[in-house]
Each structure stands twice: as structure tokens, then as C-alpha cells.
Ligand binder design. Structure first.
Ligand code: HEC
Ligand code: HEC
Length: 240
């Protein structure tokens, strides 16, 4: 073999061996949202994020990149590029760098899907820095507390207030003030019963299941929003 051939052969055979870890030379730690300052609880803070934003591609049905994150074994198993979770080291744990878009071509979830918020990234980062604790055994189900200002108000603002706000109160109903909203409107009376979703006709109206309401299409929200409002009422319809 000529020297050039030997060199080429060496490169070709050595390539798979050197493909060991991600290129972290361009990681800019200052661009990763800061770690949450609170003590992170895996079941409460982290698993719900994995469930909502990762498991569709890394769960029981699909394992993109041969990776699954619905089980402890899967999440901590080494892949072709090494371990994805490196306890105590968010600055070089691929899972954190990926969700923060710090590894080329490996933004997770990929660009078309809904990205993690900076708060969620901060939680995952804190979880890794606090030792990436994943208790053994079944993971308790955690229902996220709905926050009125963060979650509910924007929905009402966008879909309801033009007719039920300060300027106009169709049906004598307004949704921009707590007392008025809980009092209800002139035909239906009370529609929101805090803590009792089953008796809150508000939910039938926004689910498009009330046939008597005027302009039903203006009242119908998407399934995700209806579920959010249902949880909000079920959890006591907090309205600070
Ligand atoms: C829409 C599908 C999709 C979603 C949602 C998604 N991923 Fe991925 N993920 C992929 C694909 C595809 C790959 C393989 C990419 C490659 O190797 O080029 C991958 C690879 C990975 C890897 C590398 C696995 C290995 O060992 O090589 C990790 C870690 C990862 N994803 C974490 C996550 C996390 C964490 C989330 C949620 C925050 C997430 N992914 C959400 C599609 C997805
Ligand atoms: C385009 C205007 C419009 C929008 C947007 C709208 N509504 Fe209405 N709403 C009405 C009208 C008109 C009535 C019926 C008034 C009547 O005939 O008495 C009504 C009645 C109601 C009532 C019954 C009030 C009563 O008479 O007791 C509720 C509850 C209600 N709307 C909730 C909502 C919610 C929640 C939203 C947002 C998801 C919403 N509405 C969006 C126009 C609107």
C-alpha cells in the first residue's frame, strides 16, 4: 500500500472510534438559562416535563436516537455518544446542552416541536446539578397547579374579553374581574363553581357542548385549553 492509502485507511477505520462524544468546544454556558434556585423534586418538577415534551419520541412507542427517557434505566444508559445525563455537571451534560440548543443539530425537542421554556430548562439544569436524583420505583403522578395569571388569564384575554370585558358585557357577563365572573351572567347565572368542574356550565360552553349559547363558535376553545380551564376550576378557580 502506498503511504497515502495507509493514511486514508487509518482515517476511515479510526472514524467510528473517535465518534465518542459531542463536540462541546463551542458550548457557551452563559447562554444556558440559569439553574432554578429551589430544591428540585423529580416527580413534581422534572418528569412532567419529560412526559409532555420528550416521551412522544423517547418513550414506549418511539426511541429516536435509540434513547428513551420514560424509564430510569433508559435515561441513564450510555448512547453512541456517551452518557446523556452527567450528575452534578449541567455544564457538560448533553441532555442540558441539547435542550438549551448548545449542541449543533441536536436541539431537543427538535425545531418543529414546542421548545422548553427557560424556566423548564432551569429546572432540568438544577436537577442535574443537584445530583440527577431519580427515585427507584413507580413515579407518582403530579398534576401541575394551574396559575391564573400565567395560564388562564391569557386564554380569557384572547378569546373572551372582546365581548365580556370592560367595554362590552354580552349577556351581562364579564370575565375581567373575579367577583363579576363568579357571579355569572343574566341568563345562565353562576357558571363557575370553584372546586366543582362537573357543576360548572362554563366548561360546557367553552367545550362547544352548550347548544343554546349565542354564537357557539365564538365560545368553543381547543381541547387543551378546555382541559386547562377544567383543572383550574377543579383546583379551586384561584383568581388573585
Ligand atoms: C419530535 C421528536 C423528538 C422529541 C419531541 C425529542 N427528541 Fe430527542 N431526539 C430526537 C431524534 C430524532 C434524535 C436523534 C438525533 C440524532 O442522533 O441526530 C434525538 C436524540 C436525543 C438524545 C441523544 C440520544 C443519544 O444517546 O444519542 C437525547 C439525550 C435527547 N434526544 C433528549 C431529548 C429530550 C430531553 C427531549 C425533551 C425535552 C427530547 N429529546 C425530545 C427526536 C426528538
Ligand atoms: C364575539 C363575542 C363573544 C365572544 C368572543 C365570547 N362571547 Fe360569551 N357571549 C356572547 C353573547 C352574544 C352571549 C349571549 C348573550 C345573550 O344572548 O344573553 C354570550 C354569553 C355568554 C355566557 C352566558 C352569560 C349569561 O347570559 O348568563 C357565558 C358564560 C359566556 N358567554 C362565556 C364566554 C367565554 C368563556 C368566552 C371565551 C371563551 C366567551 N363567552 C366569548 C358573545 C361572546
Amino acid at each position: 500500500m502506498k503511504p497515502l492509502g495507509i493514511i486514508l485507511a487509518l482515517i476511515v477505520y479510526a472514524l467510528p472510534l473517535t465518534r465518542a462524544a459531542y463536540d462541546l468546544s463551542r458550548v457557551d454556558v452563559t447562554k444556558i438559562p440559569p439553574a432554578a434556585k429551589t430544591k428540585v423534586d423529580f416527580a413534581r418538577d422534572i418528569y412532567p416535563i419529560f412526559k409532555e415534551k420528550c416521551i412522544s419520541c423517547h418513550g414506549p412507542e418511539k426511541q429516536k436516537g435509540s434513547y428513551r427517557i420514560d424509564t430510569k434505566d433508559g435515561a441513564f444508559k450510555a448512547g453512541d455518544n456517551g452518557f446523556n445525563i452527567i450528575p452534578d455537571h449541567s455544564e457538560r451534560a448533553p441532555i442540558v446542552l441539547m435542550i438549551a440548543g448548545q449542541i449543533d443539530e441536536m436541539l431537543m425537542p427538535p425545531p418543529k416541536a414546542e421548545p422548553l421554556t427557560p424556566e423548564e430548562i432551569g429546572l432540568v439544569r438544577a436537577w442535574v446539578d443537584q445530583g440527577a436524583v431519580w427515585p427507584d420505583g413507580p413515579i407518582p403522578e403530579f398534576i401541575k397547579k394551574v396559575d391564573f395569571v400565567r395560564d388562564v388569564q391569557p386564554v380569557l384575554q384572547k378569546s373572551c374579553l372582546e365581548c365580556h370585558g370592560a367595554e362590552k358585557q354580552a349577556g351581562g357577563f364579564r370575565l375581567d374581574q373575579k367577583a363579576a365572573a363568579l357571579k355569572g351572567g343574566q341568563t345562565y347565572g353562576v357558571v363557575i363553581k370553584p372546586g366543582d368542574a362537573a357543576k360548572s356550565s362554563f366548561l360546557l360552553i367553552v367545550a362547544g357542548k352548550d347548544e343554546d349559547i349565542a354564537q357557539p363558535e365564538k365560545h368553543q376553545l381547543g381541547a387543551k385549553q378546555v382541559e386547562l380551564l377544567r383543572r383550574w376550576i377543579e383546583q379551586g378557580a384561584d383568581w388573585p
